[in-house]
Write a protein that binds this ligand. Structure first.
Ligand code: HXC
Ligand code: NAP
Length: 290
């Protein structure tokens, strides 16, 4: 279905590209001919993923960058350009999240998540789009949202993330209109549950919670990374040029079954929360299986 050179000639910056879904998308884009620049805070996963991309024969580079720091984002984009040339595509994938009772959150906990997800997405978007607009060059942006960010949705127990992702969606739709005249296209993907170390350790940190989530899914399974990576490749490619300001849900129908992925946690007694919080302090290791 996908031509091997679908993304040939494209240079794609993926935030949070060293791990999880960001890594899977980056590897898929490389297979389809793109050059990849990865950013994140930790060097080790970035270096490792870049090595895997290089092994596929694609040009690649990385730099450590906290997307909450505007000056660091400017530096990261400059590093990308000096290593790979003009960046024409951005995937805002970096995120922070955790499951918690909202009344227990500190202001800093809220700020940490909103800073990464909403401000980080805006900073990366602004730095690149300003360059594209000044140089009269087209650009393409894909934002990774969540199903609980949609109008009419929401979810308890992940409130900072729900607020931030809803903002990302509003940004996607607003800029799709504002910047269409500059040939800058923005879309979003709202994934359902896709097993990653980052998400599972913070949101489903016990086997029983994982099983409960699987059994509650209409398809009784989680998403496969290649399913999301292929959707992302399509939305970034020229095959979808008339798709603008859209958010595509990829969750096997979970959202339709009942909005608010974590709302079920209202039934949790305090004792169960204690277990959850203990699991957070002593997480099980390894990448979970789908
Ligand atoms: C309550 C918590 C907490 C938790 C951290 N905090 N974890 N509060 N419950 N589980 C609080 C801290 O006490 C601190 O507040 C504040 O949050 C900032 O924490 P730090 O660790 O100092 O911040 P930082 O190093 O910036 O880390 C950010 C982070 C962390 C978001 C807290 O989890 C992170 O780095 N996450 C990145 C990866 C990630 O989250 N991936 C999952 C994405 S999945 P105080 O007041 O003590 O200073 C996803 C969608 C899934 O997004 C959708 C459903 C399937
Ligand atoms: P993940 O592996 O934890 O991905 C998050 C990435 O963001 C990490 O590589 C992390 O690297 C990076 N990051 C975090 N804070 C950052 C910061 N301040 N600056 C720069 N980079 C930062 O989790 P994931 O599951 O693959 O999530 C990827 C995306 O999918 C996120 O947008 C998430 O909200 C979304 N999503 C995931 C699921 C799911 O089920 N997995 C469902 C819905 C939506 P560092 O820690 O090294 O910085």
């Amino acid at each position: 279905m996908f031509q091997a050179d679908l993304l040939k000639g494209r240079t794609i910056l993926v935030t949070g590209g060293g791990t999880g879904l960001g890594r899977s998308m980056a590897l898929r884009f490389a297979e389809l001919g793109a050059s990849l620049f990865l950013v994140g805070r930790r060097e080790e996963p970035l270096a490792k993923t870049c090595e895997e991309i290089r092994a596929k024969g694609s040009p690649t580079g990385y730099t450590c960058c906290d997307v909450r720091d505007f000056a660091a984002v400017e530096k990261a984009v400059a590093a990308a350009e000096s290593q790979l040339g003009r960046v024409d595509t951005l995937v805002n994938n970096a995120a922070g999240n955790f499951i918690a009772r909202t009344e227990k959150l500190s202001p800093n906990a809220f700020n940490a998540v909103v800073g990464i997800v909403l401000q980080g997405t805006f900073y990366c978007t602004l730095v690149l789009a300003r360059k594209w607009i000044a140089a009269r060059q087209s650009g393409n942006i894909l934002n990774i949202a969540a199903t609980y960010a949609a109008v009419g949705s929401g979810s308890g127990f992940v409130v900072p993330s729900a607020c931030a992702k809803a903002g990302v969606l509003a940004m996607t739709r607003s800029l799709a209109v504002e910047w269409a005249r500059y040939h800058i296209r923005l879309n979003a993907i709202a994934p359902g549950p896709f097993p990653t170390e980052g998400a599972w350790s913070r949101l489903l940190p016990a086997k029983e919670l994982e099983e409960r989530a699987r059994q509650g899914h209409p398809m009784k399974r989680f998403g496969r990374h290649e399913e999301l990576a292929n959707l992302a490749a399509y939305l970034l490619s020229n095959m979808s040029e008339y798709v603008n300001g859209e958010c595509v849900v990829i969750d096997g129908g979970l959202w339709l079954r009942g909005a608010g992925e974590f709302n079920d946690f209202v039934d949790f007694p305090d004792a169960a929360w204690d277990v959850l919080e203990a699991a957070r302090k002593n997480p099980s290791s390894g990448e979970p299986k789908s």
